[in-house]
Design a protein around this ligand. Structure first.
Ligand code: B12
Ligand code: SF4
Length: 457
């Protein structure tokens, strides 16, 4: 059986790896979706994995095609489905978008695997071989994921690390804008510690990424995991929620286990926005102290920041940039609020959506009418923050300050690489923008001058 697994890429990301500079390698760190599917395929099958960021899709022949898709690449995934179906090759979609929009995906794919691949993909392969492929296959969320993934199937030298993994799946919080809770049905599952140790031992790189959504949410499990990692000589980064910073024991255990940095969803500095998204556990007044506590353990902090919430007006961009500097954040992933289909946010925003092209649901486009500004202002302001935050002079200013704060150079290469990669993205995607508040103040100022001149003449 010849199986082709595709991670589609669209727009700026398509074939980006072929560029000599700013080729997105720092952001290519997890092909776990397709590696997991590959691991579940029949032992006798020949499996090919294609990441469209790095290579073209081969001609085949193939007996079965599997396609993964986040919402932003769903249109590209659908185009590929249509092409393979036209050639009479069965095509199956899985991943976030197809699981949360199954009917839509079924208009293009022969079948959809909803939820995890475990327990479903094995059946898909058997049914294809028997010539009786069904329409919807439900994965088993409680299944134990395979320990060894066929990482050798990934293209060489195209990933910052091929050693991404996860110890937990899901998150029990229910932030309104996030797909995780709905996808995992509000459940969180943990993998056996022995499996983690076995997997990490066999990994080809010493540096890896835990792609968990909230690695420390199950505190006893996290402590046990970190204990098991102590002395293994591994270095890793992950995602946690901000309250992790309040827990000295967890922080020390993370450091001892090799944690170099964390991605934390700060989202916004406005409590009203946090409340509206059911994320009250974030306390903006504590952000600065929390960042300092990570720094004190030699870990950098990259913040997830979102603009465009209902309490945001045109001043949010300047304020956000100022606050990010004040709390001494090391890097940001700045997003435009995006109502992803299947989330609570989507349900509440449906009447205000002005763009239903899924390709624009990449957190870089304003796809809805904001409450206190125009969609154009939201777009311009978001771009402006990214460009300003990653201006070379700001990066140069951050770095020595950062090294001093973390008491050494422990995580220095990581934070430098991250800042340069984001700077590269500004250049590659030509991110410009302007501050809408300054622009409107300027316009008001000009109007004032004009009317004064008119009054004097
Ligand atoms: C790593 C990652 C990335 C990497 C991708 C790296 C790469 N390809 O090398 C980067 C940083 C580039 C990225 C970018 C983005 N990401 Co992202 N990303 C993740 C993250 C953290 C991990 C993905 C992963 O490896 N999971 C582990 C695997 C094992 O789980 P899985 O993907 O769910 O796969 C399982 C099942 O879904 C299923 N499955 C999946 N695909 C398929 C295919 C078939 C055929 C089958 C049968 C089954 C199947 O089987 C797998 C095993 O059970 C997830 C969150 C998460 N924890 O999953 C977010 C996530 C997928 N990303 C998300 C988003 C929104 C984005 C961005 C739009 C915005 C952003 N944050 O920058 C961009 C999109 C860029 C673009 N235009 O393409 C959302 C997607 C929501 C949605 N509805 O689409 C998630 C869920 C985060 C979140 N909190 O909401 N991302
Ligand atoms: S945003 Fe983070 S904390 Fe909130 S539900 Fe999603 S993964 Fe959990």
């Amino acid at each position: 059986m010849n199986i082709l697994l595709i991670a589609p890429a669209a727009g700026n990301w398509s074939k980006i790896a072929r560029k000599p500079f700013f080729n997105g390698k720092t952001f290519r760190f997890s092909m776990l979706s397709l590696l997991s599917v590959a691991a579940l395929s029949p032992k006798s099958a020949k499996v090919t994995i294609v990441d469209e960021q790095t290579e073209d899709i081969p001609e085949g022949p193939f007996d079965l095609v599997g396609i993964t898709a986040m919402t932003a690449v769903a249109p590209r995934a659908y185009a590929l489905c249509d092409q393979f179906r036209a050639r009479g090759i069965p095509v199956v979609m899985g991943g976030y978008h197809a699981s949360l929009n199954t009917e839509e995906a079924l208009a293009h794919a022969d079948a959809v695997v909803s939820g995890p691949a475990y327990g479903a993909w094995e059946q898909v392969c058997a049914d294809v071989q028997a010539g009786c492929l069904g329409r919807v296959y439900q994965g088993d969320p409680a299944a134990t994921p395979p320990v060894h993934l066929p990482r050798h199937l990934l293209a060489k030298n195209q990933y910052v690390t091929v050693s991404a993994t996860f110890a937990t799946l899901g998150c029990t919080n229910h932030c309104g804008f996030c797909s995780i809770n709905r996808f995992h049905g509000g459940q969180r599952h943990t993998r056996p510690i022995a499996d983690m140790v076995a997997e990490l031992k066999a990994m080809p790189d010493d540096f890896f990424v835990f792609v968990d959504d909230n690695l420390t949410q199950d505190r006893p499990y996290a402590l046990e995991l970190f204990k098991a990692l102590e002395g293994a000589g591994k270095r890793w980064v992950t995602q946690v929620s901000i309250d992790t910073a309040d827990d000295d024991e967890l922080l020390s255990a993370m450091r001892a286990a090799g944690c170099m940095g964390v991605f934390v969803g700060l989202e916004t500095f406005n409590e009203e926005n946090l409340h509206a998204q059911d994320k009250d556990f974030n306390k903006p007044a504590r952000y600065r102290d929390a960042v300092a506590r990570f720094h004190a353990r030699g870990m950098y902090v990259e913040a997830g920041v979102i603009v465009g919430f209902d309490a945001d007006d045109a001043k949010v961009f300047r304020n956000t940039l100022r606050m990010l500097e004040w709390i001494r954040i090391d890097a940001i992933q700045l997003a435009i609020l995006t109502p992803l289909p299947g989330t609570a946010l989507y349900d509440s925003m449906a009447p205000r959506i002005i763009d239903d092209n899924w390709e624009h649901y990449d957190f870089r486009h304003a796809v809805f009418e904001p409450k206190h500004m125009s969609a154009e202002a939201l777009q311009a302001g978001a771009d402006w923050i990214i460009r300003r935050f990653y201006a070379p002079w700001r990066i140069l200013r951050r770095i020595p300050r950062w090294a001093a704060m973390t008491g050494g150079l422990r995580s220095f290469p990581y934070i430098l690489a991250l800042n340069l990669a984001y700077y590269g993205r500004v250049r590659r995607f030509q991110i410009g923008g302007h501050d809408p508040a300054t622009a409107s103040e300027g316009a008001e100022h000009r109007d004032e001058k004009k009317s004064l001149r008119a009054a004097h003449s």
